[in-house]
Design a protein around this ligand. Structure first.
Ligand code: ZN
Length: 540
């Protein structure tokens, strides 16, 4: 039994459709409709009353109350009576219902596209199935790809270009961002001079190209848009600088150990052992744990990005077997509590040092003395602790460099490059400690600061001066960096003098990565491109 025509009429996709019949077959409704008014010739626009024939189109439409709907649309063919018209026979066009040859109504197609764009092919087909719009994931994917071909035709003036990884370390694509509209304008399947050059030739209005510092995009811009201003991206400039500083510190990794804190006053007034343990030792333990935790997070992050264990070991500066152990653990492996002995003798360092300098060089005697002050470890530990002083009996301060107080070049580079106001008190102290044995790190810090300032204050002369200073710094990696800046000088000056940068491009790359990950690597380039480009409603 059909529902009252006035209500069911309202749910049809267009006002000029007339409902003839509704029939239920299993879990779907078949809805017969026809068009009432006369049709216009799509070529000349003249109305025609001369019917030629009719046929039935099957269109899937929006579900009703959880039931799938199939429209059986009786479509008429007409003769065009306009003598001047080239068209003799035409089928009535119904753009508000469905595109010609479509198997879905336009309104349900739009929903399929939006869900496919947001969720991807397979998840999209699952959601749609639940909504009583049964559809395969391939079809969802086809819907999403449809409109990605019509790119924004209005002129694009300022673009950001960067690469993104299909497979880390293996294949890369290129992303182009409209810096004015803050939207992705295109995705290229590779990272090559030819493809970007061709794209730029198709878009001659581009005035500014913000790019990284690898030569490919520079050359493509040179060839494809010779009049456009190239801007070296600031973020990449800073990145290149900090990499250069890190390399310089790697070359000096022997100097990257921390001196003994050895405060002078404490040796005289020895606080009770329990209190001392909670302060000094606990604090240092916390710092060690913090450093270890940072390394752990870095390992996990690099692993997620697809780096090999060897590469991670090199990058983070820890042994490969540690990398393997951490990745296997699946969570941050807390250190087992140390049994105390080793640390205990260190707690008495100041006292031992004071007694040593007073002339007491007998390990057994020293052992007995600190035992009376709460030491619980063995005599051998004391003997070992003072043994290094024996070579140079005058000073008890020439203790051995301790392995655990080394700092990774990467970590030291971060401390060197970060502005003072963004360092914590602890980090400031740490930097000062590093500088004791590696004084050149101070020069690097000044260089990093001046570099930042030159860019922040749009100071072209400052940058020129910086390049000269770095060239004469005597620090190999920084000299090479400065030469690189000279080679790319116009783009570097543009980075200093203008405000264009690739910040948004980086953001769009993160979005791309998220979409790519969600597609489980199954997606082809075209679907990825369609989903990264901004969503556009289908033109009727
Ligand atoms: Zn006509």
């Amino acid at each position: 039994m059909a529902p009252p025509p006035s209500h069911s009429q309202a749910v049809l996709p267009a006002q000029n459709l007339v409902l003839d019949r509704i029939e239920q077959v299993d879990d779907r409704f078949l809805v017969d409709v026809h068009v009432q008014n006369a049709a216009r010739c799509p070529v000349c626009g003249k109305l025609s009353q001369s019917r030629h024939s009719a046929y039935v189109r099957h269109l899937k439409d929006l579900p009703w109350q959880g039931f799938a709907i199939e429209l059986r649309l009786k479509t008429r063919r007409f003769r065009c009576r306009n003598q001047a018209c080239t068209r003799k026979i035409f089928a009535e066009p119904l753009p508000e219902v469905a595109r010609s040859h479509a198997r879905w109504t336009t309104r349900v197609g739009e929903i399929i596209r939006l869900i496919g764009y947001t969720a991807g092919g397979l998840p999209g087909s699952r959601i749609l199935d639940r909504l009583a719009i049964p559809i395969s994931d391939d079809t969802v994917t086809r819907f999403v790809k449809v409109s990605s071909d019509d790119l924004a035709s209005n002129p694009i003036r300022h673009i950001g270009v960067d690469d993104w990884a299909w497979r880390k370390g293996q294949s890369y694509g290129t992303i182009l961002v409209d810096l004015d509209k803050r939207q992705v304008i295109d995705l290229l399947p590779d990272r090559s001079v030819e493809s970007l050059q061709a794209w730029l030739e198709r878009h001659p209005g581009v005035e500014v190209i913000s790019r990284d510092r690898c030569g490919i995009y520079a050359e493509a811009a040179e060839q494809g848009a010779a009049n456009a201003v190239q801007v070296a991206d600031r973020f990449h400039l800073f990145l290149n600088l900090s990499t250069a500083i890190e390399r310089a510190l790697e070359e000096r990794s022997r100097e990257l150990f921390l001196p003994d804190p050895a405060p002078k006053q404490q040796a005289v007034e020895v606080p009770p052992p329990s209190e001392r343990r909670t302060t000094l030792e606990e604090q240092r333990k916390q710092q060690r744990r913090q450093r270890r935790h940072e390394r752990y997070q870095r390992v996990v992050e690099l692993h997620r990005l697809g780096h090999t264990q060897r590469a991670i070991s090199f990058e983070v500066g820890i042994q490969r077997k540690t990398v393997r152990r951490w990745l296997r653990a699946g969570q941050f492996p807390e250190r087992k509590p140390v049994t105390g002995r080793r640390s205990h003798v260190r707690e008495f360092h100041e006292y031992l040092q004071q007694r040593w300098n007073q002339g007491c060089h007998n390990a057994t005697r020293l052992f007995q003395e600190i035992r009376a002050r709460g030491y619980r470890g063995s005599r051998q530990m004391v003997s070992h602790h003072v043994s290094s002083w024996r070579a140079n009996p005058k000073s008890g301060s020439s203790s051995k460099k301790r392995r655990f107080d080394r700092i990774a070049p990467k970590h030291a580079a971060i401390l060197t490059c970060r502005p003072t106001e963004r360092l914590s008190e602890q980090q400031r102290i740490l930097f000062e400690q590093v500088a004791v044995n590696c004084p050149i790190i101070r020069s690097m810090r000044f260089l990093a600061r001046d570099f930042r300032e030159a860019i922040a204050t749009h100071d072209k002369d400052g940058m020129l001066h910086w390049i000269r200073t770095a060239t004469q710094s005597g620090i190999g990696p920084l000299i090479r960096f400065a030469y690189g800046l000279n080679k790319d000088f116009n783009a570097v000056v543009a980075a200093v003098e203008t405000s264009w940068n690739n910040g948004q491009t980086e953001g769009q790359i993160n979005r791309l990565k998220a979409i790519k990950r969600q597609m489980y690597g199954r997606a082809g380039f075209h679907l990825l491109r369609a989903r990264v480009l901004p969503y556009r409603a289908m033109a009727p």
